[in-house]
Design a protein around this ligand. Structure first.
Ligand code: NCD
Length: 311
């Protein structure tokens, strides 16, 4: 891979996305072995810098790095001022001085990973920045879709909900468009970003119209923590118009998948029975997240110094 950082799906070519997916496919079986690790990144130090809440992404990166035998140091700065100006730079310089080989960063500020990449000379991996990007989420999602559906060219993926506040949606649409999928967005008009028509996706007014032709329905979490005004009348109204329940599930073709990045608001964007149904691949997404993050860590750390990696 020609990249030195993974900050945005925009920086990837279709071939690079395929390379990540193919590498993840090779690495996935490691999890099924009795000994769940390989020595590939032994001696490397990966720093998990989580400046915003996270459960699955933080643990997923942790497990991924450990399966490759890297050392992991975790740094969460909840409540501190590390995300602000000079002190963010100081954090970066401190990490540099400690000799870390890679930084995985999650931040509530869009652009923090890019900023960090200017301070540090080691690979920076974006684990979600503000409303901007969440590239490994998109990669694990397309990996999961590809496992079930094969080549995604011409497949139709319906993304539903809070597109405006969603870094997942931004990354997801870019990855799907790169792989030739058709993307349809369905959302309350107040939760669609301006200039969404430039994303390369189609906007459809209602779910009932698009579900019968969907290969995947991808539900976004209603991002309450990012809503500082009313974007829809009530939660009930939201669920009635944009949520997926058993009746809507029945509109999907037999083979279609239900996906969600987590954490879910059961009863809001998805009902419990849909989340737990046989169509849902939500827990597979979590499992695949580890293989995809292993692939990205491997490709980023190996591309910088291939001779140091004993694969
Ligand atoms: C997503 C995130 O944090 O952007 N979750 C995740 O990484 N698993 C989606 C969300 O919070 O809605």
């Amino acid at each position: 891979m020609s990249l030195t950082d993974l900050i945005s799906i925009e920086d990837l070519t279709a071939d690079e996305v395929r390379l990540v997916l193919d590498t993840a496919e090779q690495l996935k079986p490691i999890a099924e072995r009795r000994r769940k690790s390989v020595p590939t990144l032994r001696g490397k130090v990966v720093c998990n810098l989580f400046l915003e809440d996270s459960t699955r992404t933080r643990i997923s990166f942790d497990v991924a790095a450990k399966r490759l035998s890297a050392e992991v140091i975790s740094f969460s700065a909840k409540g501190s001022s590390v995300s602000k100006g000079e002190s963010f730079k100081d954090t970066a310089l401190t990490l540099d001085a400690m000799g870390v080989d890679c930084v995985v960063i999650r931040s509530h500020s869009s652009g923090a990973p890019l900023q960090l990449s200017r301070y540090l000379d080691v690979p920076i991996l974006n684990a979600g920045d503000g409303w901007h990007q969440h590239p490994t989420q998109a990669l694990l999602d397309v990996f999961t879709m590809r496992e079930h559906l094969g080549d995604l060219a011409g497949r139709r993926v319906v993304i539903v909900g809070d597109v405006l506040h969603s870094r997942v949606a931004r990354s997801e649409v870019q990855a799907l468009v790169l792989l030739g999928a058709e993307v349809v967005l369905v959302a309350p008009p107040t939760l669609l970003p301006p200039a969404v028509e430039r994303w390369g996706a189609r906007v459809a007014p209602n779910l009932a119209e698009v579900l019968p032709g969907a290969d995947v329905v991808y539900l976004l979490r209603v991002q309450r923590e990012r809503m500082h005004r009313a974007f829809f009348p009530t939660t009930r109204e939201y669920s009635r118009r944009w949520g997926v329940d058993a009746a809507r599930l029945a509109l999907l073709p037999e083979h279609a998948l239900v996906m969600h990045p987590g954490p879910m608001n059961r009863g809001v964007e998805i009902t419990g029975d849909v989340a737990d149904s046989s169509r849902s691949v939500i827990t597979e997404q979590v499992t695949n997240g580890i293989a995809v993050r292993m692939a990205v860590l491997y490709l980023l750390l190996a591309s910088r110094s291939p001779e140091e990696v004993d694969a």
